[in-house]
Design a protein around this ligand. Structure first.
Ligand code: BES
Ligand code: MN
Ligand code: ZN
Length: 516
């Protein structure tokens, strides 16, 4: 990963391959002028105050994540200036928002792939900005090259170089290296971004290498490294325990399912947060097989479990004063002679029975068992994260996740936490009338209901498996978890690490007693 340093050096004397500056669309009334953001004064001066005009000549508009490169002015040690768009300039001289800085830093870091060192001279007003820019750089520089000829797992002797190495080094200008608040912001950003990038790696790793047992082994390794407690239930233990949902979904695959419990505890913790992740390492749909065109990206169906894994490790690295238990419900959904059939009835870990009408509605089945297992510890709150429904993608698009809950204040708290960290999210209802669509003639509930409002139906199904009196929220990240179009801001193509930052923020709020 990119090495970050804080620096108060002036831009001209810096030995670097590039200086990154911010530009924006001017806020003045009816202006469409480009403005140069604070932090770039030295560069602007070296251009005799004409930098905005020069950039406009080159076609720059200040649009979000737009990158314009120009030669550095005479007298600068760095040869290149990279101007990155911040979007609209804040009104009345207000500071730039953290998310604008994060996105701009990310876009610039990606554009600088293949470079050695860059100095980021973006508008940096306080330690929170240091954190945002650091996150943006580390997340934007991310590349998944494991399977490329020059990647981490390249065969010996392979010589072809595919793609460029991520930006090696970044100095954040304007952030005092010896200031405790700036240092803390950098440390937090580094821990969160490293774990988030690890979640992206897991999502991007194909299902032939990342199957339930392999995922569980990675959790065990991470547990050792970070002093976490880990417990893995294999197929024998799942059978003995009566985890009918996880076993039913995993039954069709040659790769057996697992339930992983990963616990971080703090000796002075007052709250206990349980995080439950959908970990379908591949979703073929099972006997209700997905048609071609709907399964090519389904290695991403363990994004919820990856987010939970990353958040627990990040909480440990940050030493948060809260207990966090992560539950990874891992299974591969495949069709075979041993697969669950449409019409089968499963006896779930909670004791309830479920008629499986569609084997492609598998996420709710594995989550149901994990939610009930999590409930057994009576945590203060449970949050599940899942690439659960195509319906949520239709409702909210590819960048926004849906938030459902059995408690309105908790749903609001999650929505606000997501907003704070720069993750688009939106509250969704759990309309009671949709419950009866899941009534089954043979079992306690069916795993499918009305088609309309399918994301909410899934939420209502999950609610049935949350222990009495426990505050619970459900994040349906089916849209934002996997980016099939081009990269934007700090978001790469492929696995995005959706929900990691929200979960970490919620853990921080729980630690400080601010989660209600
Ligand atoms: N993993 C899918 C949901 C999904 C869709 C994730 C698109 C990411 C992108 C889930 O298991 C699924 O297949 N859901 C079905 C449920 C239906 C059969 C009730 C769906 O949404 O179509
Ligand atoms: Mn499915
Ligand atoms: Zn699925």
């Amino acid at each position: 990963m990119t090495a970050l340093t804080l620096s108060t050096s002036a831009a001209p004397g810096l030995r670097a391959d590039a200086i990154v500056i911010g530009v924006a669309k001017g806020a003045a009334f009816e202006s469409d002028d480009l403005v140069v953001a604070p932090g770039a004064e030295a560069v602007d001066q070296a251009y005799d105050g004409r930098l905005a005009g020069v950039l406009e000549t080159l076609g720059a508009t200040g649009a979000e994540s737009e990158v314009t490169k120009l030669p550095a002015p005479a007298g600068f040690k760095a040869p290149l200036v990279v101007a990155v768009g911040l979007g609209a300039e804040p009104e009345d001289g207000a500071p730039y928002e953290g998310e604008a800085l994060r996105r701009a830093a990310g876009a610039a870091a990606r554009a600088l792939a293949g470079s050695g060192k860059a100095a980021f001279a973006l508008p940096l007003a306080d330690p929170a900005d240091t954190g945002a820019i650091a996150e943006g750089v580390l997340l934007g520089a991310y590349a998944f090259d494991t399977y490329k000829a020059n990647g981490a797992q390249a065969k010996k002797g392979a010589k072809a170089k595919n793609g460029k190495a991520p930006l090696a080094e970044a100095a954040l200008l304007g952030a005092k290296p010896r200031d405790a608040a700036h240092k803390a912001a950098l440390a937090r950003a580094t821990a969160v971004a490293e774990e988030l990038n690890r979640a992206r790696d897991l999502v991007n790793t194909p299902a032939n290498d990342l199957y339930p047992e392999a995922f569980a082994a990675l959790a065990q390794t991470a547990a050792k490294e970070h002093g976490l407690k880990v417990q893995v239930l294999d197929e024998k233990a799942l059978t003995k325990g009566g985890y009918g949902g996880i076993l039913g979904v995993g039954g069709g695959s040659a790769a057996a399912p697992r339930l992983v419990k990963l616990s971080y505890t703090h000796p002075k913790a007052e709250k206990h947060l349980a995080l439950v992740g959908k970990g379908i390492t591949y979703d073929s749909g099972g006997i209700s097989l997905k048609p071609a065109g709907h399964n090519e990206t389904m290695k991403c169906d363990m994004s919820g479990a990856a987010a939970v894994f990353a958040a627990v490790v990040a909480a440990a690295r940050l030493g948060l004063k809260v207990n966090v238990t992560g539950w990874l419900a891992l299974a591969e959904n495949m069709p075979s002679g041993s697969a669950v059939r449409p019409g089968d009835v499963l006896r779930m870990y909670s004791g309830k029975t479920v008629e499986v009408l569609n084997t492609d509605a598998e996420g709710r089945l594995v989550l149901a068992d994990a939610l009930w297992a999590a409930s057994g510890e009576k945590p203060d709150a449970i949050i599940d994260v899942a690439t659960l429904t195509g319906a949520m993608v239709l409702a909210l698009g590819n960048r926004t996740f849906g938030v459902m809950a059995n408690d309105e204040a908790f749903r609001t708290a999650l929505h606000e936490a997501a907003e704070e960290v720069g993750e688009p999210a939106w509250p969704m209802p759990l309309p009671e009338h949709l419950r009866k669509g899941m009534d089954s003639p043979v079992a306690d509930i069916a795993n499918m209901g009305e088609r309309m409002g399918g994301g909410l139906v899934a939420g209502l199904f999950l609610r049935e498996f949350v222990g009495e009196g426990i505050t619970w929220a459900h994040l349906d990240i089916a849209g934002p978890a996997f980016n099939e179009s081009g990269p934007f801001g700090y978001t790469p193509k492929g696995g995005t690490g959706s929900a990691v930052r929200t979960l970490v923020r919620v853990a921080e709020l729980a630690a400080s007693g601010d989660l209600g």
